[in-house]
Design a protein around this ligand. Structure first.
Ligand code: PEP
Length: 253
């Protein structure tokens, strides 16, 4: 009942020309699955236009990796939600742990950007997750619940199903370490309980919760088979069209 969503986070990689080539390769390799799986790629800001050309008419979505919370104004170097929407973006990744760690992204910032994304008719992919220290201290559920509540507090329940959450344990991002399916499912089911507490069972049942952290063709199927794992946010493995398409195929089941 929840359509799986597989999104690629290309991070700070590829020129516009290279992005267009990879976007075209993703369409060729995975475009046929878009009826069953939401497929999304996330190039850098300067490559969004070029990638959009390659995606035209394919059904593959386009995500920016960040936005500013304000629509426009004196915010040098920043880009607003309606600006990326005008380039063809359908999604935006918010609160990625690299942005939280290296660029001072806060829960308050994510809260505001989430509302800006929804106002621009973009699908926000809100990233949450614990550090290794927090996991070792058995504070994973506390941390993740806090981030979910901070980002979504006060949202109109009718808007909640438009939000995608990405549970990404920080210790698993780009490290080759992956949460076991059981570890991931424990957190995903806890997130859904928190959503139900905040917005009711119906809204909670509709929210897609992706897992992210070293997802590869070889481990995708067992993660995606978990009842509360509705897709994946994929970093490194999204830079190769065939591998990314294999993850999309795994989501199709
Ligand atoms: C990410 O960037 O969100 C991510 C999960 O990266 P990787 O798949 O490389 O761990």
């Amino acid at each position: 009942m929840r359509k799986p969503i597989i999104a690629g986070n290309w991070k700070m990689n590829l020129t516009p020309a290279e992005s267009k080539t990879l976007a075209a390769a993703v369409v060729a390799a995975a475009g046929a699955h878009t009826g069953d799986v939401d497929v999304v790629i996330g190039p850098t800001m300067i490559s969004l236009s070029a990638a959009a050309e390659a995606l035209a008419g394919s059904g593959v979505g386009l995500a920016a990796q960040n936005i500013h919370a304000e629509a426009k104004g004196a915010f040098t170097g920043e880009v607003g939600a309606s600006m990326i929407a005008s380039l063809g973006c359908t999604h935006v990744i918010l609160g990625h742990s690299e942005r939280r760690t290296y660029f001072g992204e806060t829960d308050e910032g994510v809260f505001r950007k989430l509302r800006a994304a929804l106002a621009a008719d973009l699908t926000p992919i809100v990233c949450i997750g614990e550090s290794l220290g927090e996991r070792k201290a058995e504070r994973t559920l506390e941390k993740v619940n806090f981030q979910v509540r901070a980002a979504l507090a006060g949202l109109d329940p009718s808007d909640v199903p438009r939000v995608v959450l990405a549970y990404e344990p920080i210790w698993a991002i780009g490290t080759g370490l992956t949460a076991t399916p059981e570890q991931a499912e424990e957190v995903h089911s806890e997130i859904r309980k928190t959503l139900a507490d905040m917005f009711g069972d119906d809204a909670a049942a509709q929210v897609r919760i992706q897992y992210g952290g070293s997802v590869k063709p070889g481990n995708a199927a067992e993660l995606l088979a978990q009842p509360n794992i509705d897709g994946a946010l994929v970093g490194g493995a999204s830079l190769k069209a065939d591998g990314f398409a294999a993850i999309v195929a795994a989501a199709k089941g």
